[in-house]
Design a protein around this ligand. Structure first.
Ligand code: FEO
Length: 171
C-alpha cells in the first residue's frame, strides 16, 4: 500500500509527464508550421515517450493499490523564436523533470518505500539519457548556427527517429 505522501507525489508526476507530452506536441506543431517535418517527427515521438512515462506511473500506482487522480494539464507554450530556442527550452524542461524525479526519490526514501525507489530507478536512468540526447542536438544546432543547409540535413536525420514503447515489454 502506498503512503499518502508518496501517492500524492506520484499523482503529481503523472500530471508533469502529461504536461511534458503536451509541451512537446506543441513544439511538434511549431515545427510542422515552419516546414521542418523531421524536427516535427522528433518532437511527436518525444510526445509519445512522455505519454508512455505517464502510463508507466499510472500502471505503478494501480499495481500498488493507489487511486490515480488526474488533474488539469496546463497549456503549453505555442510560439518560439527559432529551432535553437525550442531545444534550449527542451533541455531546461528536462532539467526540471530530473529535479522532480530526484524529489520523488527523496520522498520515497523518507517514507521507507523501497518498491517505489526501485520503480523510480528507471526514471533516474531515463533522465540521464534524455538530457544527453537533447544536449547532443543542441551542440549540433550551435555548430550549424541553427540554419541553412546544415539545418536541412539535420531535419532529414530527425525524421529517422522511431517510437519504442517502454511499456511494451512489461505488459
Ligand atoms: Fe518524462 Fe522527458 O521525461
Amino acid at each position: 500500500m502506498l503512503k499518502k505522501e508518496v501517492l500524492d507525489a506520484l499523482n503529481e508526476q503523472i500530471n508533469a509527464e502529461l504536461y511534458s507530452s503536451y509541451l512537446y506536441l506543441s513544439m511538434s506543431a511549431y515545427f510542422e508550421n515552419k516546414g521542418l517535418p523531421g524536427f516535427a517527427n522528433w518532437m511527436k515521438i518525444q510526445y509519445q515517450e512522455e505519454t508512455a512515462h505517464a502510463i508507466k506511473f499510472f500502471n505503478f500506482v494501480n499495481e500498488r493499490g493507489g487511486r490515480v487522480i488526474l488533474k488539469p494539464i496546463a497549456g503549453p507554450e505555442v510560439e518560439f523564436d527559432n529551432v535553437l530556442s525550442v531545444f534550449e527550452k527542451t533541455l531546461a524542461h528536462e532539467n526540471h523533470v530530473t529535479d522532480l524525479i530526484n524529489n520523488l526519490v527523496d520522498i520515497a526514501i523518507q517514507a521507507r518505500d523501497h518498491a517505489t525507489q526501485s520503480f523510480l530507478k528507471w526514471f533516474v536512468d531515463e533522465q540521464v539519457e534524455e538530457e544527453a540526447n537533447v544536449s547532443k542536438i543542441l551542440d549540433t544546432l550551435r555548430l550549424i548556427n541553427g540554419e541553412g543547409n546544415g539545418l536541412f540535413m539535420m531535419d532529414r536525420e530527425m525524421q529517422q527517429r522511431v517510437f519504442v514503447d517502454p511499456n511494451a515489454a512489461a505488459e
